[in-house]
Design a protein around this ligand. Structure first.
Ligand code: UD1
Length: 369
C-alpha cells in the first residue's frame, strides 16, 4: 500500500543531478509514491531535456511551464501554478504528503512557499548552506526554503552548524552527504569513455574549463569585462573551453564584449553542454575557473583545482578540505593560483566524509519512514 506521497520538484539545471539519484533511491520502497513536478524555470533542451535523458529521470508528471522572468514574476508564477497543482490533487482526493525540494534556485523557494501555505510539510535537500551574502538570490532562496522546511538534509557540517545557530531543532537536521556527488560517482566512468576531449582537440590535464553565470559577475559591463580580460590572459598560457550559459552569452553580446573573446584564440566558446560531455571535460581538466556552487563540489570530488570567481562561498568545505580557492575578482590572485597549478605546487584536496555516492539512499531511508 503506497501511503507516503511525495511531490518532488525540479526547475533549473542544477536541480536535475540532485533529484535523479533521489527518485532512483526511492524506487525500492513500495510504500512511497513519488510524483515529479518540473516548474519549467529552465526550458531550453540544453539546460533541461538533455539532463532528463542522460540522468535517466522519468518524464515529469506535471509541467508548470513558467519560463524566464524577473525574480518576482518567475517566483509568483511558480507559486500560483504549483499551488493550483497541490489544491487540485487534494480536491481529487490524492493526498499530498510532503513536498521535496532541492538546492537553492527560485523554483526551490517558490515550491516550498506554496506547500507551506497549504500546510504541506517540506523536505529540503542541500539545506543549511550559507554564504552570508544576501546580495545573492540563492542565499535568499536558501534562507526562506530552510525556514519553511521541517526535514533538513545537509551535505556538509557547516550546514548543520548554520541551522543550529538559526535555532533549528537537532532532530530535524540530517547530515546525509552530497547527493549531487551520487550522480557524479555513478556516471563518471561513462563520461570518461566519451570522445568529448578528442572532439574539441584537447589532451587530458592540459586545458582549463570555464563557467560563468552569476548575476554579480555577468550583469555589470565593467565587471564582466575585467573577468573576461583575466580569462583572455589565462588562455595565452593554457587553452580554455567555455561552455556558455545563455544569460552570460546575452550579456557578453549586449555589452559588446564578444570581440574580446574572439581575439583570445586560446578560448573556445561552446554552447551549454549536457551532463556527460561536461563531466568528461571537468574530470580531465588541469583547472576549473568558475562562479558555480556545484562545480566547487564536483572539482573537490574529482581532485581538480578550482579557482572560484567569488568573494565568498556557501560551501566552505570545498575550500578547507577540497580543491577550491576563492579568488574573488582579483586578477593577481588568479594569476598566482594558476602559476601554482602549472608548477604543481597547488594544494591537494580530498573528498569530504559522506560524499560517497550514497547520500540519496540515506535520504530515501528517512523519507520513507
Ligand atoms: C539559475 C539559478 C542559479 C543556478 C543557475 C544554473 C536562480 C535564482 N538562479 O540561474 O542559482 O546556478 O540557474 O544555470 O534560480 N534562459 C535561457 N534558457 C532557459 C532558461 C533561462 O535562455 O532554459 C536565460 C533567459 O534569458 C533567462 C536567463 O537565462 O532570463 C536567466 O535564467 P534564470 O532561470 O532566471 O536564472 P539562471 O541565471 O539560469
Amino acid at each position: 500500500m503506497k501511503n507516503i506521497n511525495l511531490i518532488c520538484v525540479v526547475g533549473a539545471r542544477p536541480n536535475f543531478m540532485k533529484m535523479a539519484p533521489l527518485l532512483r533511491a526511492l524506487q525500492p520502497y513500495p510504500q512511497v509514491n513519488a510524483k515529479l513536478v518540473h516548474t519549467g524555470q529552465h526550458y531550453d533542451d540544453r539546460l533541461s531535456d538533455v539532463f532528463f535523458q542522460e540522468l535517466g529521470i522519468k518524464e515529469p508528471d506535471v509541467h508548470l511551464d513558467v519560463g524566464s522572468g524577473k525574480h518576482g514574476a518567475q517566483t509568483a508564477r511558480i507559486l500560483e501554478r504549483f499551488e493550483e497543482v497541490l489544491e487540485r490533487a487534494r480536491g481529487n482526493g490524492e493526498p499530498c504528503g510532503r513536498v521535496v525540494v532541492v538546492g537553492d534556485v527560485n523554483s526551490t523557494m517558490a515550491a516550498a512557499l506554496a506547500a507551506a501555505k497549504l500546510e504541506i510539510p517540506v523536505a529540503h535537500v542541500e539545506a543549511g548552506l550559507r554564504s552570508f551574502d544576501r546580495s545573492m538570490p540563492e542565499e535568499i532562496n536558501r534562507i526562506v526554503t530552510d525556514s519553511l522546511s521541517d526535514m533538513l538534509f545537509v551535505s556538509e557540517p557547516s550546514g548543520v552548524e548554520n541551522l543550529l545557530r538559526e535555532g533549528r531543532r537537532e532532530e530535524n537536521i540530517h547530515l546525509v552527504g552530497n547527493i549531487m556527488i551520487d550522480t557524479l560517482v555513478r556516471l563518471l566512468p561513462n563520461a570518461k569513455n566519451r570522445d568529448t576531449l578528442a572532439r574539441h582537440g584537447l589532451k587530458p590535464g592540459c586545458y582549463g574549463v570555464v563557467t560563468l553565470h552569476r548575476p554579480s559577475n555577468v550583469d555589470k559591463p565593467e565587471k564582466l569585462a575585467l573577468v573576461l580580460e583575466v580569462l583572455a590572459e589565462t588562455s595565452r598560457r593554457m587553452p580554455l573551453v567555455f561552455p556558455i550559459h545563455p544569460r552570460t552569452r546575452g550579456r557578453i553580446e549586449q555589452f559588446g564584449l564578444l570581440q574580446l573573446l574572439d581575439a583570445a584564440k586560446g578560448i573556445a566558446l561552446l554552447p551549454p553542454l549536457g551532463y556527460l560531455d561536461f563531466l568528461a571535460l571537468t574530470s580531465q581538466a588541469r583547472v576549473i575557473v568558475t562562479d558555480s556552487g556545484g562545480l566547487q563540489e564536483e572539482s573537490t570530488m574529482l581532485g581538480v583545482p578550482c579557482l572560484t570567481l567569488r568573494p565568498n562561498t556557501e560551501r566552505p568545505i570545498t575550500v578547507r578540505e577540497g580543491t577550491s580557492t576563492l579568488v574573488g575578482e582579483d586578477p593577481a590572485m588568479l594569476r598566482n593560483c594558476l602559476n601554482s597549478i602549472l608548477d604543481g605546487s597547488y594544494k591537494r584536496g580530498s573528498p569530504p566524509p559522506l560524499w560517497d555516492g550514497r547520500a540519496a539512499e540515506r535520504i530515501a531511508a528517512i523519507l520513507s519512514r
